[in-house]
Design a protein around this ligand. Structure first.
Ligand code: ADP
Ligand code: MG
Length: 617
């Protein structure tokens, strides 16, 4: 039999390797930016067109490359960063595999111009699909510029696999933010389609984080500092009040490299234990410095995972450092018996003389008063006083009962003979009482075949969802003008996301007067929500979009409608008058799909008389 094994030609090997290194435009951004940092640049400029699909360019003022190095840099396993295997254990650079440029050049059109400080002229090389097209001597500033055009031009399957510009840009911004936060000693600029997205001058960690995530971030940050033999920790955690539904702002940097570590993340969550509401995530920006010998970053090709020698100790130190900061900065009580207790007294309290706590009694409090007022003390209820009125306005046009006041059966909570008696009594008189609210969660209604139990929150979500879908796709929503414009701060990437769904939001009744880098100004809001709900709605929307980024317009509209419906629907725990209960039932059954909430869970269940009777057997 003839020999059949052959060595793969270089360009094929490079294309295969590229699959591992370059998943999407953001991977190229990461590799090029890291190379610029390894080249000791103090200025790094990222220029993007069409979310990196047509152009990704990184310009730096670093050490540059000689003519020979410029040519060699595109060879596989060509690196200036390690000489022997031992060097791997004392890495101070980001790269070492010598694969990135070779991989990128295999699947794109690359143009590199580079000049070391000592040389007068620069080298310019053009490569397409691993083939050198030209090499010239040109005049250029010190440093390196690498432009990557038409990524995946020769692998149509990969190119088609790319997500929408909105999604790819998000990934790029994520990478940019990680690199920028890790290196406040470097100036970074980012442009997308000619517009400047970030301009980050040299600064310290705090200012850099604020520059990246918006001015409002400053007040959220609680400093963390700890210096031990095995790790030095510095950075910030976000105050618990600012914790978000999305995991967006969680950053670990080890030796100035962004890493992911579910294990260390757990340590932080643990330190926040008891301080956070359900389903929110603390934000953190923590910079760990460890001996390069004590870590192994080689375990993952894209190098965001890391292995520490002494993970358990690291966990404990991190947890205690964060706990201590939260306590010291008056965010949480400190219960750490190993520490010198004077250190744990919040600074602002050290000089104060203790005061006796005052007890105030609300003389007007009557637990048997109208349940509508009482329901306002239900915890986590997002409806403030005037909000009740605002969603009640959903029901304008529903005639109130002519026969006196409707009975709110939910008012009757005592199971005494007398009350029960009057319940049946009145019900007989007043035939209109066909609904009943159970535990401020379900609306129970009599139907021909038996009874129906409606989940008030899910039902209202369905009602609002269909209304919103119609507004966004068929007719615009009615808007209420705000007296003063509402200015909300967001991170730059969140603003980019809002910008991309702006039109649909406007169809629901939002009016945006100004969208800047990290603030949005709103002058009109949908008529059925209140001003105080706006932040909640947009945060929910951002978090939903982050978890599930829809590509096509229809699913975008659908997700928005679901999200807004979720944040504005009547919550569990809200007491409803009979009129409100009935309107809800009527509205639900006017829907196209009344049986399900927008998330496909049942909106109501029915129990037939047969089933009931069987229970009594
Ligand atoms: P690695 O970074 O793993 O060494 P790369 O393929 O990313 O591999 O780069 C290959 C080599 O090219 C680097 O080791 C470095 O010597 C050189 N190089 C790449 N980018 C730059 C740059 N922006 N400035 C100077 N040298 C660079
Ligand atoms: Mg590299």
């Amino acid at each position: 039999m003839a020999d059949i094994i052959q060595l793969l030609p270089d360009h094929v090997a490079n294309q295969i390797a590229a699959g591992e290194v370059v998943q999407r435009p953001a991977s190229v951004v990461k590799e090029l930016m890291e190379n610029a940092i390894d080249a000791k640049a103090s200025l790094v400029k990222l220029i993007i067109k069409e979310a990196g699909k047509t152009l990704i360019q990184v310009v730096d003022n670093g050490i540059g490359m000689s003519e020979t190095d410029a040519r060699l840099s595109f060879e596989r396993h060509a690196t200036s960063k390690i000489r022997q295997a031992e060097d791997l254990f004392s890495l101070n650079t980001k790269g070492f595999r010598g694969e990135a440029l070779a991989s990128i050049a295999a699947i794109a059109h690359v143009e590199m111009t580079t000049r070391p400080e000592q040389r007068e002229l620069a080298t310019q090389i053009k490569i397409e699909g691993s083939k050198v097209i030209s090499q010239e001597v040109v005049a250029a500033p010190k440093g390196t510029s690498i432009a990557v055009k038409n990524l995946f031009y020769n692998i149509p399957a990969r190119r088609n696999f790319l997500k929408s510009n909105q999604v790819e840009l998000r990934h790029i911004i994520d990478e940019f933010q990680r690199v920028a936060c890790a290196h406040p000693d470097i100036t970074f600029n980012m442009y997308h389609n000619g517009a400047e997205l970030f301009n980050l001058p040299i600064s310290n960690y705090r200012q850099r984080i604020v520059g990246v995530f918006g001015a409002k971030t400053n007040e959220k940050l609680v400093p963390v500092d700890e210096d031990t033999d095995i790790v030095k920790i510095t950075g910030f955690v976000g105050k618990p009040d600012y914790a978000k539904k999305s995991r967006g702002e969680q950053f670990f940097f080890v030796n100035n490299r962004f890493i992911k570590s579910p294990y260390l993340n757990h340590a932080i969550n643990n330190a926040f234990d008891g301080l956070l509401k359900d389903k929110v995530h603390p934000s953190y920006f923590l910079y760990l410095t460890v001996d390069p010998k004590s870590i192994d970053i080689n375990i993952h090709p894209t190098k965001t995972e890391i292995k520490f020698d002494d993970e358990h100790a690291l966990y404990a130190i991190l947890r205690s450092a964060v706990k201590h900061s939260l306590g010291q900065f008056n965010v949480a009580p400190v219960l750490d018996f190993d520490r010198d207790s004077t250190m744990d007294t919040p600074y602002s309290y050290q000089q104060k003389t203790p005061t006796t706590p005052k007890i105030t009694v609300d003389a007007n409090f009557n637990p048997f008063a109208d349940t509508k007022t009482r329901s306002k003390v239900v915890p986590n209820m997002p409806y403030k006083k005037n909000d009740t009125a605002s969603w009640e306005s959903l029901y304008v046009g529903v005639e109130s009962k002519s026969v006196g006041q409707p009975i709110d059966f939910s008012e009757i909570e005592l199971e005494s003979e007398e009350v029960t008696g009057s319940l049946f009594e009145k019900k007989k008189e007043n035939e209109q009482g066909t609904t009943y609210q159970l535990h401020n969660k379900y609306v129970v209604s009599k139907i021909k075949s038996g009874m129906m139990i409606i989940d008030q929150n899910r039902a209202h979500q369905r009602v609002l969802y269909e209304k919103l879908l119609e507004q966004m796709t068929v007719k615009g929503g009615i808007s209420q003008q705000l007296l003063f414009p509402l200015c909300l701060d967001f991170s730059t990437s969140d603003v980019a996301l809002i910008q991309s769904v702006k039109e649909n939001l406007e169809n629901t009744g939002f009016v945006f007067s100004n969208i800047k880098q990290d603030t949005i100004e709103i002058t009109g809001i949908p008529f059925n929500i209140s001003e105080s709900q706006v932040r909640l709605i947009i945060d929910q929307l951002l978090s939903d979009f982050q978890n599930e980024v829809p590509d096509v317009i229809f699913s975008q509209v659908d997700l928005m409608a679901k999200s807004i419906a979720k944040s504005t629907a009547i919550k569990t725990g809200v007491s409803l008058s009979v009129t409100e209960q009935e309107s809800l039932v009527n509205d639900l059954f006017a829907c196209k799909e009344p049986t399900l909430a927008p998330d496909n869970r049942p909106a109501f269940i029915t129990i037939s008389m047969d089933e009931l009777e069987r229970k009594f057997l």
